[in-house]
Design a protein around this ligand. Structure first.
Ligand code: SF4
Length: 392
């Protein structure tokens, strides 16, 4: 987790989406980071295409023989995609994780799709003046909750901002990227988010996508003098799915930031509200291992999470668990004792608890000789049913 210099927790739309889906997944993703997971081809595909679109408008040396034609541009993509499953060292000196190909020809299929996307992108954009476009625009917006004085920062990147219907002079010089947006006071802004999936995004899905509300808030602060419109660009066919945002969505967004920010700062990491969310979770195995361990020890999983990766500004703690292939393989005993003392939350029976085990416990209780383990479970379930016990 990152903070601004003045102590504001920094959030992004994707962080908030993960948290809303499942607090435990958020903890795995942003705090615990148990181990490197294989790379997902669809995500890598989107990342490579984003970098191609960014480079198209940002090429540093316009005289170099690069991007002189659509096929030249698409061949640069081809080169990048060919080497996608090599595992070079990252800036931190670690090897990139392997790719998780779903079929033997997935790489080849995505190569063909990406090649076509690049040809089409080149043709659609070769007459767009560089001065009228900004790409991968970083933003960070500060927000303060007037009720309690808590401050948060919202950060993100906008794929593309384009000035439309302006009289500002056009330029194709890369160093003048975005000049008209910054300097002109006429025209309107089209804020675009690229999507590279197979199916075009539906209007209903775009209408409720909180990402555009984040863009709206950021652009209102950066360029308040321009009108703004929003759209998804489905890069496989170049179609746009337009959407609108206004004051109502901005207010909802502010409340969402304050509410999620507060829950994160209180170190609340609830499980997914339903198991459908788990089907696509990359941490399914890790989560099962953690819940099983918590169950064996009779400790609330959230107490284990808080102890393993406590939220502290500027401090990095050594984690409590060592992980391998989704399993806990080592536990720091002193931290485990700290977790036992916490017990700040009532314990909810995890949906990972084995049904057989529950049946065994029920039998023990029926015979009137519950073991300490069974008694512990019963106590926890009773806690769970007491409304007052939800108070933090
Ligand atoms: S497996 Fe389910 S409960 Fe566990 S982290 Fe993933 S989404 Fe959350």
């Amino acid at each position: 987790m990152k903070y601004t210099k003045d102590g504001r927790l920094i959030l992004s739309d994707s962080m908030m989406k993960i948290y809303q889906d499942c607090g435990t997944r958020f903890w795995f993703n942003y705090h615990e980071k148990p181990e490197e997971l294989p790379r997902i081809p669809a995500l890598e595909f989107g990342t490579v295409l984003h970098s191609m679109f960014e480079e198209f408008f940002k090429r540093k040396n316009p005289d170099a023989k690069m991007y002189i034609s659509a096929s030249n541009f698409a061949n640069v993509f081809r080169g990048k995609w060919f080497s996608i499953d090599s595992q070079p060292k990252t800036e931190r000196g670690k090897r990139k994780p392997p790719m998780l190909w779903r079929s033997p020809d997935e790489k080849e299929k995505l190569l063909g799709a990406g090649y076509k996307v690049c040809i089409d992108f080149f043709e659609r954009n070769q007459t767009v003046p560089f001065s009228h476009v900004m790409v991968e625009q970083f933003f960070m917006v500060s927000l303060t909750n007037e009720k309690n004085g808590r401050g948060y920062a919202l950060q993100g990147y906008i794929d593309r901002l384009e000035l439309k219907d302006s009289n500002a002079p056009a330029s194709f010089k890369p160093e003048e990227l975005g000049k008209a947006i910054r300097e002109s006071k006429d025209g309107s802004l089209l804020i675009v988010d690229y999507k590279s999936g197979y199916k075009p995004t539906s209007s209903a899905a775009v209408a409720i996508d909180t990402q555009f509300s984040c863009y709206d808030l950021a652009v209102e602060m950066m360029f308040p003098f321009h009108e703004r419109r929003f759209a998804i660009e489905n890069v496989r066919d170049g179609s746009h799915t337009p959407t609108l945002r206004g004051e109502g969505e901005r207010r909802v967004l502010r409340e969402r930031i304050f509410s999620i920010g507060r829950d994160i700062q209180k170190e609340r990491y609830p499980l997914a509200s339903n198991m459908y969310k788990c089907g696509t979770c990359s941490f399914l195995k890790h989560c099962y291992s953690l819940q099983k361990f918590a169950h064996q020890k009779g400790i609330h999983p959230e107490d284990l999470m808080r102890t393993s990766a406590p939220l502290k500004i500027g401090k990095k703690n050594s984690p409590m668990f060592e992980w391998k292939d989704g399993e806990i393989i080592k536990v720091d005993e002193s931290k485990l004792r700290q977790a036992e003392k916490l017990s700040t939350k009532p314990v909810q029976l995890s949906f990972f608890v084995d049904e057989e085990e529950v049946a065994e416990i029920e039998e023990e209780l029926n015979t009137g000789t519950p073991t300490a383990h069974a008694a512990n479970i019963v106590e926890r379930v009773m806690d769970w049913e007491t409304p007052e016990s939800f108070a933090i």
